[in-house]
Design a protein around this ligand. Structure first.
Ligand code: NCD
Ligand code: ZN
Length: 432
């Protein structure tokens, strides 16, 4: 995927927490790698012999890495494909995405993984990594062949879409994952606490008369898995943390020195139960949008490090599926194309999170979690994956996306902060 061209990203403010850098630098790229970061007065010679990517007035950051993307291949191609998900990713500043295995069939065997890796190589304009299922068919009955999945290049294990409900089975999966050096990603939800639930157990859903699931459905599995992580030594990552109590549990796990991390989505940082207009299914998501106090606790936890990452949980569903009404529509919202705008508008611009912490949560940390040694940083020698962001540019989210779907709760929202250009391996894959 790397390009041989010499390129200079010129005139931007480089924000790179991996080298504690926030300064005007021009990024010289050669052979698909970062060659040097040049102070503006040193770059005239390089500029004469390189193609220029204009970053005047922009922030230049290491390519964003999304730990939670539903690319829907195989089986869900009417909603998304590897090709369309990768275009949406590029438009959102993401240069690497981790695809979830809740496909049809589930990604639970090495042969399918090899096929998908080859397909992504052909179709995708960003790096696509794959998480494999933790249990066969994601049915929660017996573990997948974790050693062979690891050998075939799976980057993580998860039954995302649901939790591994049986604690004994979760323990075995985590022991095996630890042996193979894989991260176990848990979708924390005890379904017995919210059978048929379609909303957060709180005042908004009560008023609407919707079937509800309480915060404890999430936090009880969070606490169980933290205990199992300590027992097994497994590297545990908690998907889409949504409740204040779950964030507190993560902080406690860190105090104990455990290798446990968590992610939060842009929609859980920006929205709460009161923001759902009527029964618009484009706001229906799992875990559900919770209370204001949860949202505020998530923002604080991300800022102070109890929560490590922002991941989109990009979950495309076709307009037909979402038109089925609140009770029947599948849960899930788009994320890739709006994440930067939402996080800058709601957190970085209002001063709730620093630029460096933001880049850490969307690039440096995800690279570390997935053990991607040449990503998440713009140090010389690293892959030339980068995003150029116009922080002051305001835009209105249109109701058409590069994603094949349009189930976004942010359609019509006015956001400040736009992705100008995205480079993968020194190649421009998105430019406005
Ligand atoms: C996801 C999906 O649509 O695949 N839906 C969702 O509401 N988040 C599944 C998941 O991430 O749990
Ligand atoms: Zn999930």
């Amino acid at each position: 995927m790397a390009s041989d061209k010499r390129l200079l990203i010129r005139g931007g403010l480089v924000v790179d927490p991996s080298q504690n850098l926030e300064a005007q630098r021009d990024v010289l790229i050669e052979g698909g790698k970062v060659r040097a970061l040049l102070a503006p007065r040193e770059s005239a010679r390089a500029a004469a012999s390189a193609e220029i990517v204009d970053a005047a007035g922009c922030w230049v950051v290491p390519g964003l890495i999304d730990l939670h993307v539903h690319a829907r291949e195989p089986g869900g191609e009417s909603a998304e494909t590897l090709a369309s998900a990768s275009k949406a990713a590029a438009a959102g500043g993401f240069t690497t995405i981790l695809a979830m295995p809740n496909t049809e069939p589930a990604l639970d065997n090495p042969a399918l993984l090899e096929l998908l890796k080859a397909k992504a190589e052909r179709d995708a304009c960003v790096n696509v990594l794959f998480a494999a299922a933790a249990t066969v068919g994601r049915k929660g009955g017996r573990p997948t062949d974790i050693a062979r999945l690891a050998a075939a290049g799976a980057k993580a294990l998860t039954d995302d879409g649901r939790a591994v409900a049986d604690a004994g089975l979760a323990r075995r999966v985590m022991e095996w994952a630890a042996d193979c050096g894989l991260v176990f990603i848990e979708h924390c939800e005890d379904e017995s606490l919210g059978r048929g639930a379609v909303a957060h157990e709180g005042p908004a859903a009560l008023k609407k008369g919707l079937a509800m699931s309480p915060w404890a459905a999430e936090t009880s599995v969070v606490l169980r898995d933290i205990a199992l992580a300590e027992l097994t030594g497994c590297r545990l990552h908690l998907a889409h943390v949504s409740a204040a109590q779950s964030a507190a549990a993560l902080a406690w796990a860190k105090e104990r020195g455990l290798a446990v991390s968590g992610e939060v989505t842009p929609h859980h940082l920006a929205l709460c139960e009161d923001d759902v207009p009527g029964q618009d299914a484009n706001f229906k998501v799992n875990p559900p949008l919770r209370g204001k106090a949860d949202r505020d606790a998530l923002i604080r936890a991300l800022k102070d490090g109890a929560i490590d990452a922002v991941a989109t949980d990009h979950a495309p569903h076709s307009p037909e599926a979402k038109a089925a009404g609140w009770a029947s529509a599948p849960p899930g919202v788009l994320g890739l194309e709006t994440a930067v705008g939402v996080v800058l508008t709601k957190l970085v611009h209002p001063g709730k999170m620093s630029k460096k912490r933001w880049v850490e949560s969307m690039s440096a940390f995800p690279a570390k979690l997935l053990n991607l040694k040449s990503k998440g940083s713009l140090k010389p020698g690293m892959d030339a994956d980068a995003a150029v962001i116009a922080p002051a540019k305001s835009w209105t989210v249109p109701d058409a996306f590069l994603s094949k779907s349009r189930n976004s709760p942010f359609v019509g929202a006015r956001l400040k902060g736009q992705v100008r250009a995205t480079l993968v391996g020194g190649r421009v894959v998105h430019a406005l």
